[in-house]
Design a protein around this ligand. Structure first.
Ligand SMILES: Cc1cc2nc3c(=O)[nH]c(=O)nc-3n(C[C@H](O)[C@H](O)[C@H](O)COP(=O)(O)O)c2cc1C
Length: 298
């Protein structure tokens, strides 16, 4: 039987998603896998400056692509495509959006099984909804989703990721905070998921893949983060639509930055406490339903 053809496409700034993808690919028979690490024509410098970091918000949220450096997969079609990406501001990152807008990529998505791999801080639900829509528009079949996240407390991981993104160092902030990003054990354990996807590819058992991935902990949905993200996603969209039209964009991005800090560190914890104590006990069934939705592929 000829080898199945597998394409793995990703972009990474710090190298975290590259490590995730490499460990995942180790679960496959190496000869069959083509890996493409995408570069941008105009690279996003890493580490970020404060200003450039927030400047990426409007285009990320509105899904406005930039030019890729070059993108030419070797084959005309594949038996499986793995699309690995990171969310920026609750939306696919600008590089991820740019890959999804690329005609060469879109052509190959048509009628092809797709597995998405997400390497996030902890909020990826909104961006995966956007990715799912684009995949459907391209005629692709999403057969699996793996989402790796930072398991630390939401506010702690917000501090540590900013330290990492603005310094370029994936180390403990002030020697007090935990290491930023996704835990090393989760990253090195990706080969297990690679093997599962490889098995489904060879046995053509895509229907049971996601259920098995969830069972093995490849995706987790936390109700407090789901609650925050649902609200923040809508608000980010309002900010992005407002800022994109402004001539004094820099000033508006400063307003947005302060809004974000207040929303994240002051408003969200208060609203969340009220929700957890007063409303959540009455919403058990609908929360479970929404969690199951995000764990699945629909
Ligand atoms: C500008 C920017 C915005 C981000 N926004 C989010 C976000 O909304 N949700 C999230 O879970 N992670 C967010 N992250 C973290 C990334 O998804 C990703 O985990 C991290 O940047 C490492 O990815 P890398 O492999 O490209 O270095 C953001 C990162 C950057 C640089």
């Amino acid at each position: 039987m000829p080898d199945k053809k597998v394409l793995i496409v990703h972009y990474s700034q710090s190298g975290q998603l590259t490590e995730i993808v490499d460990n995942f690919a180790a679960g496959f028979s190496a000869a069959a896998v083509e890996k493409i690490k995408v570069r941008m024509q105009k690279e996003f410098d890493f580490p970020w400056t404060n200003e450039r970091f927030f400047d990426a918000m409007p285009e990320s949220v509105l899904g406005i692509p930039s030019a890729l450096d070059s993108f030419q997969p070797k084959e005309e079609s594949y038996d499986l495509i793995i699309f690995a990406y990171q969310p920026w501001f609750l939306s696919p990152s600008i590089p991820a959006t740019s890959i999804l807008a690329n005609e060469e990529f879109r052509k190959r998505l048509k009628d092809t099984p797709i597995v998405t791999i997400i390497g996030a801080r902890n909020m990826w639900l909104n961006s995966q909804e956007k990715v799912k829509k684009i995949l459907t528009d391209c005629g692709a079949h999403l057969v699996g989703n793996i989402a790796l996240t930072d398991k630390n407390n939401n506010l702690v991981s917000a501090v540590t990721i900013l330290h990492w993104m603005l310094s370029g160092r994936k180390d403990s902030y002030l020697g007090i905070f935990p290491k930023p990003g996704i835990d090393d054990d989760l990253i090195s354990g990706m080969d297990k998921f690679g093997k599962m996807v490889n098995e489904s590819l060879h046995n053509n058992t895509w229907e049971s893949l996601q259920k098995n991935l969830v069972k093995e902990g490849a995706v987790e949905v936390k109700s407090n983060l789901m609650f925050i993200e649902a609200r923040a996603g809508k608000l980010f969209s309002i900010w992005a639509n407002l800022i994109i039209k402004k001539k004094n964009r820099r000033l508006w991005l400063i307003f947005y930055k302060y809004y974000l800090f207040i929303a994240l560190f002051v408003i969200a914890p208060i609203v969340l406490t009220v929700y957890m104590l007063i409303f959540k006990p009455f919403l058990v069934a609908s929360i479970r339903k929404r969690k199951n939705y995000y764990l699945g592929l629909q």
